[in-house]
Design a protein around this ligand. Structure first.
Ligand code: NAD
Ligand code: MG
Length: 379
């Protein structure tokens, strides 16, 4: 029996994690946390019987507490709730399926409490990777990637840990607007950007995939997870999403992980690492799969990727500016307050106006986040 806790249990990764739990029958769920969807959280509590559940929204937490008073599950709220879920003594693994840099503090506290982290919440690693990776090492805990590309890289490193990585080949679908030029993107509406060709995901990451900001965040995520310089991370557009990423070694050998696009594979791999289990679903059929094609990313049109490399090069607090400006801009775009191209324009303007703090503390990171938000709000 394994015991886990999940931050963000009502989202895309959270619900798929619970599907994996449901299918395997040897994982217990000690705690769940969600933002505001208490209808789904109530169903999850009744099915998985966690000891603790947390809701970010205080009012909703009270409402849920009344609704589930017959279950024995304790309810907590706000950041205290997230921290309690992250550190619940019963759990060995914390699945960070929450979206955004709100995950920083719970992730850090969970590591200090000795939990292995099944990490989907890339924004936390992008902004605080320099704190999290050394801390994990010090505390002897594993950071197990859930992001499909990083899981593929992780799988391609099996048995090769003693060898130097020559290059990480991070694959990208190119998103729904691949092939278009900048002028053709200015009238993009929310509905257009929410149509991803290969994956069904939460709204924020779907927009990030369309701007290639997601790939930018993933390059930074890979840098921290696998300790490689950004100049050794190459983004390869592979529109079919069959190759989930590759590692090139010094002798020129390239090892890849392939499969049909299904997030349950990387989720289950992180939960049972180093073991593999049966996973229901489609298998790759090489007779039907007529071709796998490759392209260079168009970083003139999709500025988000170029800006990510710049943020990494400038380092320190710059990735936080990149990430925070994107979180705010995407939320404004989803609320139809700004146009599509303004997302990356805002990121660039915030980066231009920022004086880098080298090696920022968690407090510095959160202060930079507030500064960026204020800058965008007062524009
Ligand atoms: P989502 O929007 O579907 O779900 C987010 C979850 O976080 C929800 O349960 C929501 O209630 C919860 N949440 C948000 N703010 C909260 C708060 N303040 N307090 C408590 N809970 C809060 O997002 P998602 O697509 O599942 O993505 C989650 C993370 O995983 C992101 O960092 C994303 O980049 C990463 N990721 C997702 C996918 C995917 O296929 N969806 C793939 C790779 C990586
Ligand atoms: Mg990914």
């Amino acid at each position: 029996m394994k015991t886990i806790a999940i931050l963000g249990s009502t989202g895309s990764i959270g619900t798929q994690t619970l599907e994996v739990v449901r299918e395997n029958k040897d994982i217990e769920v000690a705690a769940l946390a969600a933002g505001s969807n208490i209808t789904l959280l109530e169903q999850q509590i009744r099915e998985f019987r966690p000891k603790l559940a947390a809701v970010w929204d205080g009012q909703k937490a009270k409402e849920l507490e009344q609704r589930i008073s017959d279950t024995g599950t304790e309810i907590a709220a706000g950041m205290d709730g997230l921290l309690a879920v992250a550190c619940i003594p019963e759990a060995e693994i914390l699945v960070t399926a929450i979206v955004g840099m709100i995950g920083i503090r719970p992730t850090i506290e969970a590591i200090k409490a000795g939990k292995n982290i099944a990490l989907a919440n890339k924004e936390t690693l992008v902004t605080a990777g320099h704190i999290i990776m050394p801390l994990a090492k010090e505390c002897g805990v594993s950071i197990l990637p859930v992001d499909s590309e990083h899981s593929a890289i992780f799988q391609s490193l099996n048995g090769e840990r003693h060898n130097r990585i020559a290059k990480i080949l991070l694959t990208a679908s190119g998103g729904p607007f691949r092939g278009r030029k900048r002028e053709e993107l200015k009238d993009i509406q929310v509905e257009d950007a929410l149509k991803h060709p290969n994956w069904a995901m939460g709204q924020k990451i779907t927009i990030d995939s369309s701007t290639l900001v997601n790939k930018g965040l993933e390059v930074m995520e890979a840098k921290w997870l696998f300790d490689v310089n950004p100049d050794r991370i190459q983004v390869v557009v592979q529109p079919q999403s069959i190759i989930h990423s590759m590692v090139e070694y010094e002798d020129g050998a390239v090892i890849a992980q392939l499969g049909t696009p299904d997030m349950k594979l990387p989720i289950q791999y992180a939960l049972y690492y180093p073991n593999r289990r049966f996973l229901p679903g489609d298998r790759l059929d090489f007779w039907k799969l007529s071709q796998i094609t490759f392209e260079k990313p168009d970083t003139d049109t999709f500025r988000g990727l170029a800006l990510a490399y710049r943020a990494m090069q400038e380092g320190g607090s710059m990735p936080t500016v990149y990430n925070a400006a994107n979180e705010k801009a995407v939320s404004l775009f989803l609320n139809r307050k700004i146009g599509y191209l303004e997302i990356t324009e805002m990121i660039e303007r915030c980066m231009d106006g920022h004086n880098v703090i080298s090696s920022p503390s968690v407090d510095d990171i959160l202060a930079v986040e507030r500064e960026v938000y204020q800058r965008i709000e007062s524009r």
